[in-house]
Design a binder for this molecule. Structure first.
Ligand code: UDP
Length: 260
């Protein structure tokens, strides 16, 4: 995926869609996620993604809503995907539309999540007995199987091959690209006084079979701490009822997306 074209071309079809109101291009819903909807558009090669205010945690057992999260997350993810495109990573992102909508490339998503951890937190801290924020001798890359029924279990390469979720070459690609993205994102967030504790990535296959980064990169999918106060500016505030949840998303939006 990294030897691709970098920033996606603004084809005439995309220019045409960008100029239209959302209601004119929004087709049937083809995917309903926990916090996002994906719609067909009038163009076969372009999908519309809507970021919702809905929030879930602990495998969907905790449900709620975070005011304006959809708008903040759409703009945050757009800014980060644009940055990654410029760095030569192929992402599904095409254009930010009004408010909470984006145009994206259609992908056949792999049922695998890649998590990278720079410091111990969350399930790693619970599983291996770390304290939150403990440093690690080196960062960790993990795979998880996207399966609500099974509670997204942890996987290694052998499980991925045994389940035939992707090829050996694709596993190598996922690892290499995720490490590159980690290096880029750590620097990107550091420039904005944020420490990237851990995050989750999802990839899919484009029409030509190439692996492309999909989904979102937002405080729903990353742990982000203020570099000096160590305040949590991510979904942990919702997970653990810490208060000032909307303010945290707004603050990341302010640091990341305002320059756009
Ligand atoms: N994560 C995610 N979606 C998931 C599971 C994890 O975006 O379904 C992100 C999470 O926000 C964190 C990182 O992946 O930034 C590592 O999450 P962890 O395994 O610690 O999960 P937790 O049990 O704390 O959700």
């Amino acid at each position: 995926m990294t030897d691709g074209i970098g920033s996606p071309e603004r084809t005439p079809e995309i220019v045409d869609l960008v100029g239209k109101p959302i209601n004119e291009i929004k087709g049937e819903i083809i995917h309903k996620g926990k916090a996002k909807l994906v719609y067909r558009t009038t163009e076969e090669s372009v999908m519309l993604m809507e970021f919702m205010d809905d929030a879930t945690a602990f495998d969907g057992k905790k449900k709620g809503s975070i005011s304006s999260k959809g708008m903040y997350n759409s703009h945050i993810s757009a800014a980060i995907m644009r940055y990654l495109n410029q760095c030569g990573i192929n992402t599904h992102f095409l254009e930010q539309m009004e408010d909470r909508f984006q145009l994206v490339r259609p992908l056949d998503m792999l049922p695998v999540e890649v998590v990278i951890r720079n410091l111990a937190a969350g399930s790693l801290a619970r599983r291996l007995g770390f304290d939150e924020g403990d440093s690690l001798e080196r960062p960790i890359l993990e795979f998880y199987f996207k399966s609500d029924e099974l509670g997204d279990p942890w996987l290694n390469r052998y499980h991925i091959r045994a389940l035939d979720l992707c090829s050996d070459d694709e596993i190598v690609r996922l690892e290499e690209d995720s490490w590159r993205i980690n290096a880029m994102l750590r620097e990107y967030f550091l420039d904005r006084d944020l420490e990237l504790i851990d995050f989750k990535l999802e990839y899919g296959r484009a029409a030509d079979g190439a692996l492309v980064l999909g989904d979102e990169i937002t405080p729903d999918t990353c742990r982000l701490w203020d570099i000096s106060s160590r305040d949590k500016l991510d979904k942990d505030r919702f997970r653990h009822d810490m208060g000032e949840v909307e303010e945290a998303y707004q603050e990341v939006y302010r640091r990341v997306a305002w320059e756009d």
